[in-house]
Ligand binder design. Structure first.
Ligand SMILES: [Zn+2]
Length: 344
């Protein structure tokens, strides 16, 4: 089967790899129908040191169940399923608390002996806890939005939940990538009255406005912070959604939040420490977030997607096939695409 391998910064190749097979009794094999390239895939694309063994890429997928292990009960051959970017058993102490990314028997696609999802097929461990059956056909027009439930919509939602967005509150989203744009959808869905998008790319700003952003701040650094303060009567926002992970974006999120407010961080941190320790301490700011427990959010968000109440699939502005994946990485890295869908 064909799969996407990364050998170092800028070096993505489509290769023939051994077909996946059932290893554990709790596995399912999925023939992938839709996958995509994630903003977090761009970190290794920019920085990874050359590695002869390569790294299997991709962690967002929808597909058809082709085979199941002897202990799998909830999904069956032929089901169309969506998988979150982390697999989980759904039964351990952390899963029961809704924190599936800390599952005691969980893990991530594209790591250890579990392949990545930018491939024709994937082995899904803990199939019963991980997979959610979709009540539509595999070419349904809702596919783009359903695919975002594997990561970016759930991650944007996690930023909003961690930042304690609620009815009547003011929120700001730092980062105009797919996750930030989904953060706008999530903030609106949770009732935020004012949603400030910090971003500067015209196509992304236009989409943010369609998703519910009420104000746009295109400056950076001190000027951005000043502009957000002006928009909030000098107070700052109740909720800041950090959807990038760089020091500058984190600092901006921490400095635009008002005393007693909350910052939800979902951008993978690229620095070892969090800036602004003292001002956030003296302002009683809550700093929360982490890898989104997307599996626990799918059931919440799926009905809204099926009913067309939210359309996160609009973040996909390019579609390719497996052979076009290296070009897809390039397009996203050069910011010529917001998010690239892979159709099989
Ligand atoms: Zn668990």
């Amino acid at each position: 089967m064909k799969a996407t391998m990364m050998y170092g910064a800028g070096d993505v190749r489509i290769e023939k790899v051994p077909d996946v097979r059932i290893i554990e009794r709790t596995d399912a094999l999925i023939s992938i129908t839709r996958a995509c390239i994630c903003g977090s895939d761009l970190w290794p694309y920019q920085k990874m040191e050359h590695n002869d063994a390569g790294r299997s890429m991709g962690h967002e997928l929808i597909g058809v169940v082709e085979a199941v292990g002897a202990d799998v009960r909830k999904v069956k051959i032929g089901d169309l399923v969506v998988a979150p970017f982390a697999f989980s058993d759904g039964t351990c102490v952390f899963c029961r608390a809704g924190l599936h990314t800390s599952c005691l028997h969980g893990g991530f696609f594209g790591m250890n002996d579990v392949g990545g999802a930018q491939a024709e097929a994937v082995r899904v461990p803990q199939a019963d806890g991980t997979l959610v059956v979709l009540p539509v056909g595999k070419d349904d027009q809702l596919m783009p939005s359903l695919l975002t439930l594997s990561d970016v919509m759930g991650t944007g939602h996690h930023a909003a939940v961690s930042a304690k967005v609620g009815p009547g509150k003011t929120a700001a989203v730092v980062g105009d990538g797919a996750v930030g744009l989904c953060g706008v959808i999530a903030a609106r869905r949770l009732g935020a009255e004012q949603i400030i998008m910090l971003g500067r790319h015209p196509d992304r700003i236009a989409l943010a406005r369609k998703f519910g952003a009420t104000d746009i701040v295109s400056e950076r650094g001190d000027e951005a912070i000043e502009h957000v303060r002006k928009l909030t009567h000098g107070l700052g926002v109740d909720s800041a959604l950090e959807c990038v992970g760089l020091e500058q974006s984190t600092l901006t999120a921490l400095r635009i939040v008002r005393p007693g407010g909350a910052v939800g961080r979902v951008g993978v941190p690229q620095e070892a420490s969090i800036p602004a320790a003292q001002p956030t301490f003296y302002s009683n700011v809550t700093i929360a977030g982490g890898p989104a427990p997307v599996r626990s959010y799918i059931e919440d968000l799926l009905p809204d997607v099926l009913e067309g109440k939210i359309e996160p699939g609009r973040v996909f502005d390019q579609v390719t096939n497996i052979d076009g994946v290296p070009d897809g990485y390039r397009a996203m890295d050069e910011r010529n695409a917001i998010k690239v869908m892979i159709k099989f």
